[in-house]
Each structure stands twice: as C-alpha cells, then as structure tokens.
Design a protein around this ligand. Structure first.
Ligand code: CS2
Length: 472
C-alpha cells in the first residue's frame, strides 16, 4: 500500500480566486503562478472554485490541496507536485463563501476556466444569452449560479465596501476572451444596477489571454500509473503535454499581478493575433480531427494521426484553408507553428479522446471553424476540408455514428441538434443553417455553402469518414 499524497500549503497567502477548477487550469495557469511565486515571491496563492460538483474538492482536501502534474513526453513521464492551491470551494454548496472570498481585498485577480458554455453567451455573436436559466436566476437572486453572476455580485460587494476591484482574467478558448467576458458582465450588471455597471466599465480590467496546453482527462489507469511512478497515491493528478503557452494582455488593476514574465508568459498589448492563430490552427483542426476521427472509428487524436489519410488532410487544411485567412503575430512563422502542432497531435503518450474534444461543439465551432469558412468563402477560396468537418459534426450530433451506433452527445444544445437530422442531406443542412446562435449570418445566407455542405454530408454518409477525408 502506497503512502497517500499530502503537503502542508506554503505560507504564501491567497491573491487569486479561480473559477472552474478543472484539469486544464491545474496543468496550466496554476503551474505558471506557482513558478512565478517561486521566482519572484508575492502572495498569489490560489483559492479554487468548482462551480458544479464537489468531486475535485473532496479528492484534494485530504491531500492538503496538493496534486501531481505529470508531463507526458514521447520519451517518458515526468511528475511534479503542485502546491499553489490554498483552498477549494464548491459554489452550489455555499455560494456566499465564494462571494466572500472574491470580495476579500487580498484577492486581486479572479481568473476563469469555465469552458465555452460557462459564459452564458450566444456563441455566434458573443452577447449575453438572456434566456439562459442561470442568468435568469442570477438576475433576481443575490446568491448566483453562473460565472458572470458571481463576478457581478462580487464586484458589487467590493464597490459597496470601498474596495478596489479585482482584475478578471479569462483563460478559456474564446476569441478576444476578455472583451467577450467584459461584454457579458456589463450586460448582466446593466440589468441589475446601472451605477454598478458604470463603475465596472471604468474601473475593472478584463485582459484577453491566449492559453495553450493539451490536457487530456485523467483516467483511472492514469491514477494507478502515477502511483506506480511516484510511489505516492494521488487521487486527482493531472496529465499534460510538455508544450505550454500563455499570452496575456498586460492590463491589470493597479498593474498588480504575479511576475508572469519571469516564467515565460508573453505579456503583450494585443492578444488577438495569437488567439486567432491558436483557435483556428489548433482548436479548429482539433475539432475537425475529433469529429472525423471519431466517425472513422478512432478513439484518440494520436490514433487518428496514425491513420495515414489524416496527417495529409490536416496539413492541407492548415496550408490552403486556415493560414491564408490569418495575420501572423509578430515574429511567428505559421508554417513552423503548423509543423509543431502536427508533432503535438501525433505524440503517442497523450491519450486525448476524440469524444472529449467533440463535446460542446455548438459552443466551439463558431470561433474554431465557422469564422474561417466565412472568410474563405468571401475571398473565393475552396473550403472543402473544413466544410467536411462541419458535415461530420452534424452527423455526430445526430447521436448516431456512420454505422448507426448510438453516440453519447454532450452539448448544451444536444436535444435541438439531434432533432435536426433528416434523411435528405439538403433538408438536414437547411435545419442546421437556421441556427442563429451557431452560424454567422454570412454562412446562413450563403446558398453556395449550403450546397457544398449537403454534398460533403452525402459523401461522408456514402463513403465513410476516412475515404471522404482522402477525397477532399
Ligand atoms: C480541445 C482543447 O477539448 C478541446 O476542445 O481542443 O481543450 C485543447 O486541447 C486546448 O485548447 C489546447 O490548448
């Protein structure tokens, strides 16, 4: 029987509340913050908040909030123990405790990884979805449920107490994520208290960021393997690739932040070119490989990349459909970036399930794929590869694979999407293109695109995914 992991947290006090304590933050932002404190000091310990379930808190508490982060390189695994967490709160159990933590003057940053759907916005426009049940609840209740609700109510408490606001640091894969979150927070605040909204507008900073590290969900086998590797039992380790990148707009309330520049975070004036590059080149092809790979019978991204038709296909997507619509960030070579992505995907040590990436497509496709298609169509480029990816998504969310087997589809719009499937591809396409919350107006009104999509869907159904990919 192995020892169980336990550490006493260090003396550093908390300076950050993080909403959405999933594996991604624990393998990315948390490690950067821990390194920044080790390099330059400062009280930047992290209070993690789970907005839904107590699972992570329950596993981490007996460990003194410590956990193991394991780097998965093609050559082997490298574990490290991360001790940056000071506490973990579970919002539905005690929303007031979360608000109290966020209102504490010692907290200067509230960061978020709540996934795309956690922003309660309309993916095609970035605006607050006022019909969202959590927003409906948060409009009239002082104890919120949604991430924007917690931010608005906590900022109200700080303003009432005469405390300076915190910086809101969005770390999700949304385009111009800080600007989108600011818009959603302001829209919600305006519905609650116009003076509060005006104060947020002038005093609060919402820097945009680009975050990158591949972090597959931890499996039961991973937990056993980490115990073997380290000799210590950790119930909540996180697994991650060696690569990491964090680009942050240097715009914090009073300039107050951990010394992120000391540990390789790129602090820039404008993050948009980095976000576009990453969302379209990485996440866009990730989703493409997830839907087409799944339908071709592949369980993971690495397995998909080991099927020879896919690497050729994805390279062609970068070269002819995605890169031509991008403005590279200064000093970045997009072809070299694509080559590096290819190698990251092919890393056989990473068991990143196509099913995991396929989740929540209605919230992901607009910024990952549909914007690129719309710009390509407008420029007269052939966009057949990404169009095939959209067709694969449509089949995937019908809830049946190409052999008619059931798929467990996870998506906030799952029921609506499943109802759109018809025997006639043109009818299926028409139903999907009517989804205003997903498709941008330019594509909804584009008869040529509707036609291409129906053809791609027919090809997929007739030939199967691998052959359709080969014949793009
Ligand atoms: C993935 C991302 O699950 C997904 O949708 O595309 O989580 C991806 O692994 C990260 O953005 C990489 O930085």
């Amino acid at each position: 029987m192995q020892d169980k992991l336990h550490r006493t947290p260090s003396d550093a006090l908390a300076g950050i509340v993080h909403l959405g304590l999933g594996a991604f933050f624990r393998a990315h932002g948390a490690i950067y913050v821990a390194e920044a404190m080790a390099a330059s000091g400062g009280d930047w310990g992290v209070i993690g908040v789970s907005l839904k379930s107590p699972g992570t808190r329950d596993k981490l508490r007996p460990q003194g909030w410590a956990y193991t982060a394991v780097e998965l390189a093609p050559t082997g695994e490298r574990p490290q123990v991360v001790t940056v967490l000071r506490d973990v709160l579970v919002a539905p159990e005690d929303p007031q405790a979360v608000l109290d933590a966020m209102a504490d003057p010692a907290i200067r940053i509230v960061s978020l990884t709540v996934t795309e759907k956690g922003y309660c916005h309309e993916p095609s426009t970035g605006r607050l979805n006022r019909n969202h049940p959590d927003i409906d609840h948060d409009l009239t209740n002082l104890l919120p449920q949604s991430a924007p609700g917690f931010i608005v109510r906590a900022l109200a408490a700080r303003r009432a107490a005469g405390t300076a606001p915190f910086t809101v640091l969005c770390c999700d894969n949304l385009p111009e994520n800080g600007r989108v979150l600011r818009g959603v927070v302001l829209e919600l605040a305006e519905l609650i208290d116009l003076d509060l909204a005006a104060w947020i507008k002038s005093e609060v900073r919402f820097p945009s960021t680009m975050v990158d590290r591949i972090v597959p969900a931890t499996s039961a086998q991973d937990i056993d393997r980490v115990a073997e590797l380290t000799g210590v039992r950790d119930e909540a380790p996180v697994m991650h690739e060696p690569f990491r990148q964090w680009v942050v707009e240097d715009d914090f309330v009073n300039g107050d932040r951990p010394d992120l520049g000391a540990v390789g975070v790129q602090l820039v004036q404008n993050v948009t070119p980095f976000e576009h590059m990453k969302l379209r080149m990485l996440n866009g092809t990730h989703s493409t490989l997830a839907y087409l790979g799944y339908l071709a019978g592949h369980d993971t991204i690495a397995a998909t990349m080991a099927d020879p038709v896919f690497p050729a296909f994805v390279k062609d997507l970068w070269r002819s459909e995605i890169i031509p619509a991008l403005t590279p960030p200064e000093g970045v070579d997009l072809v070299a970036y694509a080559d590096a992505l290819h190698d990251r995907y092919a890393n056989p040590s990473i068991q990143h399930r196509t099913w995991q990436i396929a989740m929540d497509g209605s919230q992901k496709l607009p910024q990952r794929i549909l914007g690129t298609i719309a710009e390509g169509q407008a420029a007269g480029r052939a966009m057949s590869g990404l169009t095939l990816a959209v067709a694969a998504w449509m089949r995937y969310v019908s809830g049946r694979d190409l052999a008619g087997q059931m798929i467990e589809v996870k998506d906030p719009l799952a029921d609506t999407l499943a109802d759109l499937w018809r025997d006639d591809p043109a009818e299926t396409v028409a139903g999907f293109l009517a989804l205003q919350q997903v498709f941008p107006a330019a594509l909804r009104q584009d008869a040529g695109f509707a036609n291409d999509l129906a053809k791609a869907l027919t090809g997929l159904m007739d030939q199967g995914a691998a052959a359709a990919v080969e014949h793009v």
